[in-house]
Design a protein around this ligand. Structure first.
Ligand SMILES: NC(=O)c1ccc[n+]([C@@H]2O[C@H](COP(=O)([O-])OP(=O)(O)OC[C@H]3O[C@@H](n4cnc5c(N)ncnc54)[C@H](O)[C@@H]3O)[C@@H](O)[C@H]2O)c1
Length: 325
């Protein structure tokens, strides 16, 4: 019998990539739970229908795909959880600035929402619970970032993700729930039109023939991971036994400066866009990249997309979708 994956935040950027990957390459029933606060149900519906499935707008356990418009803090999700095998928890308040403006709202979603899902998962014997964290719990560190660094968050977002990581670990320790925490580095890829991340912002402005903004001298570095590579490792993690209670840093291990990124983009877009250098933003981390040795060794993580290849695919998607998203 087909196993069922519940994806919270499945109408968002990484969620859409995960749904796309599972529909193309795997054979699971999918339930997406999303309150559509930033997600896009139109893109999700199109993806599902392009794969020959019906976009059921309410939970139907016998159907291959269901979309449930609900909040992760909702306590009445038992009917869904009792039919679910694996959970990939992506739904979140994802912004650093909004978390500073309203730390309580951030905590309600990222801490209480996650706790609610963990609690339901124990009640319904969920086989694996994958939690999407970020580098934010670690704060300012000397790179490469690995799982042994002592967390020191700089924002309420980093603090709420750290608290949720703690609950994942605690639910493994106290109830035996197989929780896996993935700390994503900077993610880019298709379906990222609504994101304010650097690559999405650059592409939106370049396509509209506007100058791009670089804050600081452009020598700050990041580790850019293509969303499809994350989708692959997420599925691999819920298919693998006895990996619960662990944190994995996920990126490519490659350090790229914003100026290098711009030079790659120049080769792809075939247009001499203007660059405006602006004062450095307060709190911006100078160097940032991950060590992915643990994920490689234990999960066989092996990102397939180098930055140039991923940037090209992402640009083509932006060109096709810029007015449709
Ligand atoms: N994109 C990145 O570079 C990045 C990096 C590190 C970690 N992450 C984490 O990965 C996850 C997915 O991020 P994303 O970039 O796809 O973000 P996104 O904003 O595109 O997707 C988040 C989804 O969650 C939904 N959502 C938000 N609050 C909800 C709630 N209370 N109940 C139900 N649904 C809710 C939104 O509607 C949206 O569809 C997040 O947990 C984020 O913190 C992302």
């Amino acid at each position: 019998m087909k196993k069922t994956v519940l994806i919270t935040g499945g109408a968002g950027f990484i969620g859409l990539n995960l749904v796309d990957y599972i529909l193309k390459k795997k054979n699971y029933k999918i339930i997406v739970l999303d309150n559509l606060s930033s997600g896009n149900s139109g893109l999700l519906k199109k993806k599902v229908e392009d794969n020959g499935l019906i976009f059921n707008k309410k939970f139907s356990p016998d159907k291959d795909f269901s979309f449930v418009k609900a909040d992760i803090r909702d306590k009445n999700l038992d009917n869904i959880f009792e039919k679910t095998d694996y959970i990939v928890h992506l739904a979140a308040q994802t912004g650093v600035i909004p978390s500073i403006e309203d730390p309580f709202k951030d905590a309600e979603t990222n801490i209480m929402g996650t706790l609610n899902l963990l609690n339901l998962s124990v009640k319904h014997n969920i086989k694996k619970f994958i939690f999407s964290s970020s580098a934010a719990p670690l704060g300012e560190q000397i790179p490469p970032l690995d799982e042994r660094k002592i967390p020191s968050p700089l924002s309420p977002y980093g603090a709420s993700k750290l608290a949720a990581e703690g609950y994942c670990k605690a639910f493994y320790g106290s109830f035996g729930l197989e929780t896996v925490v993935f700390r994503f580095s900077n993610v880019y890829g298709i379906f990222s039109y609504h994101k304010g991340s650097v690559i999405a912002e650059f592409y939106k402005r370049i396509i509209r023939r506007k100058p791009i903004y670089v804050y600081g001298d452009g020598n700050q570095t990041r580790d850019f991971i293509f969303a499809e590579d994350l989708a692959e490792i997420i599925v691999r993690a819920f298919e693998k036994d006895n990996i619960g209670g662990e944190i994995y840093q996920l990126g490519t291990g490659v350090e790229t400066s914003v100026n290098q990124l711009i030079s790659y983009i120049k080769e792809i877009v075939n247009y001499n866009f203007e660059i405006e250098y602006k004062p450095e933003r307060k709190g911006e981390i100078r160097r940032n990249f991950a060590s992915i040795e643990k994920a490689k060794k234990i999960l066989g993580f092996n990102p397939k997309y180098d930055l140039k290849k991923g940037l090209k695919l992402t640009y083509n998607w932006f060109l096709e979708n810029i007015d449709k998203s």
